[in-house]
Design a protein around this ligand. Structure first.
Ligand code: NAI
Length: 297
């Protein structure tokens, strides 16, 4: 038995944005790490149920429960946490991963893009690179920042409530930030601003929860370009960092394939989230772990 397979043995937790990309990969990786029950959540219900059924089928000992939940709605996150406390009696980790991207020049960015109404367009398979999220405009702050605020707030309450040793409950909250949480990036000001704010939020929550002696840790995993719908859309739309672009430039006409090859598979990000969710990272709190293969600016 490998260490990996017992890292999360007998634990219960939540993954948001679990219908695709990093969240989808995380459902499998958390199952491989021995989690007892995984609440896999997303707004895309049918894709989510497919993921939940697929992983349950592959890992018969693990319970994967698909739940439709919009992270931007505090009452939905609250309802899920209350349900977990009732159903499972514990909440050990919470992977707040759901997020959205919008690539736009600074002088074309509007306030609506940051905090306005949702205007989702159709989703297509990552293989069909040219038509990904073609006119995707939505509220970056509401999902990327307020969504994470909702997750941290309710996750912490759930972890404290299920503790047998109050108030020293322990538990781990992991947030998918981005390299855009610490670097300027190109062409995605609304996204970059929301991710910088998310990092501030997680650092503040980590400090507060530590000072309150809850034993709850809050950390971030900061992906570089990753092979998902968001990753491909960002790269195609010109939001890739200069060094990442240089690393790929000699690939000539096969640039699209080179991008696919060079960017990280989502499992690499999910594995860091597993580590941060487990007791193996007990000494890490308030950190933002760059997971970018060195492709930073
Ligand atoms: P993805 O588009 O494949 O997955 C994002 C998932 O979040 C989707 O299933 C979507 O339905 C869900 N989602 C969107 N809004 C939601 C809401 N309001 N409530 C619940 N779920 C919602 O993209 P990916 O790459 O897997 O994104 C995961 C995280 O990784 C995001 O936070 C993103 O910002 C971050 N990230 C991704 C990078 C990349 O290159 N792919 C780079 C840096 C950060």
């Amino acid at each position: 038995m490998s260490v990996y397979s017992v890292m999360l043995q007998d634990t219960v937790g939540v993954i948001t944005g679990a219908a695709s990309g990093i969240g989808k990969a995380a459902v499998t990786r958390y199952a491989l790490a021995g989690a007892r029950t995984i609440y896999a959540t997303d707004i895309e219900e049918s894709e989510l149920q497919e993921v939940a059924e697929g992983v349950t089928h592959e890992h018969p000992g693990i319970k994967v429960i698909g739940v439709r939940m919009d992270v931007a709605k505090s009452e939905e996150v609250e309802a899920l946490v209350r349900r977990i406390v009732k159903e499972s009696g514990r909440l050990d980790w919470f992977f707040a991963n759901a997020g959205i991207v919008d690539v736009e020049a600074f002088n074309k960015t509007t306030v609506e893009q940051m905090v306005g109404e949702r205007r989702l367009t159709r989703r297509v398979q990552p293989a069909n690179c040219s038509s990904l999220y073609t006119s995707f405009k939505t509220h970056m702050f509401t999902v990327n920042t307020i969504g994470v605020f909702n997750c941290i707030t309710w996750a912490a309450r759930g972890m404290i409530n299920t503790s047998e040793d109050k108030p020293r409950s322990g538990g781990s909250i992991v947030v998918t930030t981005s390299l855009a949480s610490t670097f300027g990036g190109i062409g995605a000001p609304a996204y970059t601003t929301s991710k910088h704010a998310t990092l501030g939020l997680l650092r503040s929550a980590a400090a507060q929860l530590m000072l309150a002696r809850t034993g709850i840790r809050v950390n971030g995993v900061a992906p570089g370009p990753t092979r998902t719908q968001i990753g491909l859309h960002a790269m195609q739309s010109g939001a890739m960092s200069e060094s990442a672009r240089k690393a790929l430039i000699d690939k000539g006409p096969k640039i699209e394939q080179a991008m696919m090859d060079a960017v990280a598979p989502p499992e690499e990000i999910a594995d860091v989230a597993v580590f941060l969710s487990s007791r193996m990272s007990a000494g890490i709190n308030g950190q933002n772990i760059a997971t970018d293969r060195g492709l930073r600016e």
